[in-house]
Design a protein around this ligand. Structure first.
Ligand code: FPP
Length: 226
């Protein structure tokens, strides 16, 4: 599949999915986690090598405590449930964002999984406590710390949370909104943006096929002329 290395997902619509069924919002996130697990092997089989998932933004702390805690627990559960799958399928776990608010034991479990999978070749990148602006600021501080006063783009990228990842080729946002919501602002400079009304828990392999088919029809000029 020409040119499609990095696919990113803004998994929007979990809350509405649950509310429409008269269920608590957290059930929507649980179902969303299942949709994610279902899509990962399929997206790799379609040729992608990096998958990024926006799981929790720097702004999501303003949600009710129960929902925040529920999403945090889900992150840990997903890790536990899928660690073996990651190892057996040559997938590296990456977590982009500021892990410092997490408890020591949660941080340790995450960094342990990152360490154990680090030599694998494909990547699942979870954006957790992540914001595009905070990523840029984090990179800026990294440059200052290193005393780099005249950085190149490459120097700057080396300080981003997502440092070794290729730029995002295709961003899929479910749930009907057409905005970036502070998602990978630097990394999506030339990203093809795909929006669908499908709510994240309902997003299936055939919806991904549709998005990839749309992507393949795009003419990517990167500011040049074809
Ligand atoms: C946006 O839907 C979704 C989130 C803020 C959380 C995404 C989390 C998961 C899919 C859970 C599993 C993944 C990890 C790695 C923890 P929304 O709540 O804004 O939906 P709404 O717009 O319908 O309210």
């Amino acid at each position: 599949m020409g040119g499609l290395k990095h696919v990113a997902f803004i998994m929007d619509g979990n809350g509405r999915w649950a509310t429409a069924k008269g269920e608590p919002r957290l059930n929507g996130h649980k179902e969303g986690a299942k949709a994610m697990e279902n899509l990962v092997p399929y997206a790799f089989s379609r040729g992608a090598t990096v998958l990024s998932f926006y799981a929790f933004s720097t702004e999501n702390w303003s949600r009710p405590k129960g929902e925040v805690n529920g999403i945090l627990s889900l992150l840990m559960l997903l890790l536990k449930r899928n660690f073996k799958f990651l190892m057996e399928n040559d997938i590296k776990l990456m977590v982009s964002g500021d892990l410092s608010p997490l408890s020591e034991s949660r941080k340790r479990r995450i960094t342990d999984a990152i360490e154990k999978t680090k030599d694998n070749t494909k990547t699942v990148n979870i954006l957790f406590n992540y914001g595009g602006k905070s990523d840029i600021l984090h990179a800026f501080k990294g440059l200052v710390e290193k005393g780099i006063t005249n950085p190149t783009e490459r120097d700057f990228e080396a300080e981003l949370y997502t440092k070794e990842l290729p730029p995002v080729d295709l961003l899929i946002r479910t749930g009907g909104e057409k905005r970036l919501s502070n998602f990978m602002l630097w990394q999506s400079a030339y990203t093809e943006l795909y929006f669908t009304d499908v709510l994240w828990p309902d997003f299936t392999k055939s919806d991904l096929d549709e998005a990839i088919c749309w992507f393949e029809g795009r003419s990517r000029r990167y500011g040049g002329i074809k």
